[in-house]
Design a protein around this ligand. Structure first.
Ligand code: ATP
Ligand code: PH2
Length: 171
């Protein structure tokens, strides 16, 4: 996939439910922006969230970070996966517990159905743990093909989450 030279806004979802969860999210933010190529744009509050799908497991901490980049989507995926590895991500059970998960939610308005990178993220519209922090950072955001983030969030029930204003992430 060759990359566009245009600068676009990307939306990343961070999650952790193993070990020092806040340190994992902070480590991900540090690692994402330590290397060149990603300009931070927004960082959401931290949410404590009940696991959605997957096996019985502990609660997650989730946050959304937005950034501007000219990086092609496949290069961005390499970056996010190297950050997961750097934070010791053991990829064992899908949707299972993990030290850190960095999902690419959107790359501008780009769409992709490549198996290794589906854009927009195919489950973002049904996940309060993505939509709530995203709406905090970008109240008027839309998921291409799905509509308003805030309206999608309003339509979700049964997914428990609460904002942890005692926990702070810094860029
Ligand atoms: N938008 C995306 N963001 C991140 N990974 C993606 C995306 N689309 C497809 N993938 C692929 O998904 C594979 C599995 O990722 P992972 O095990 O983290 O899934 P997950 O985050 O547990 O589940 P989910 O995809 O439902 O969030 C990765 O190897 C990656 O290539
Ligand atoms: N609350 C919550 N649930 C999840 C999460 C997550 O980050 N938070 N990530 C998953 C796989 O990406 C599956 N389920």
């Amino acid at each position: 996939m060759t990359g566009p030279a245009t600068r676009r806004r990307v939306v990343l979802s961070l999650g952790s439910n193993v070990g020092d969860r806040l340190a994992a999210l902070q480590g991900a933010v540090d690692a994402l922006f330590d290397a060149p190529g990603l300009e931070p744009a927004g960082l959401s509050p931290v949410y404590e969230t009940a696991p959605v799908g997957g096996p019985e497991q502990g609660p997650f901490l989730n946050a959304v970070v937005t950034a501007d980049t000219r990086m092609p989507a496949d290069v961005l995926l390499e970056r996010t996966q190297s950050v997961e590895e750097a934070l010791g991500r053991v990829r064992d059970v899908r949707w299972g517990p993990r030290t850190l998960d960095v999902d690419i939610i959107a790359v501008g308005g780009e769409s992709s159905d490549a198996p290794e990178l589906v854009l927009p993220h195919p489950r973002a519209h049904e996940r309060a743990f993505v939509l709530a922090p995203w709406a905090d950072v970008e109240p008027d955001a839309e998921i291409s093909g799905r509509g308003s983030v805030r309206r999608l969030l309003a339509g979700i029930d049964g997914q428990e989450l609460h904002r942890r204003d005692d926990l702070v992430l810094r860029v």
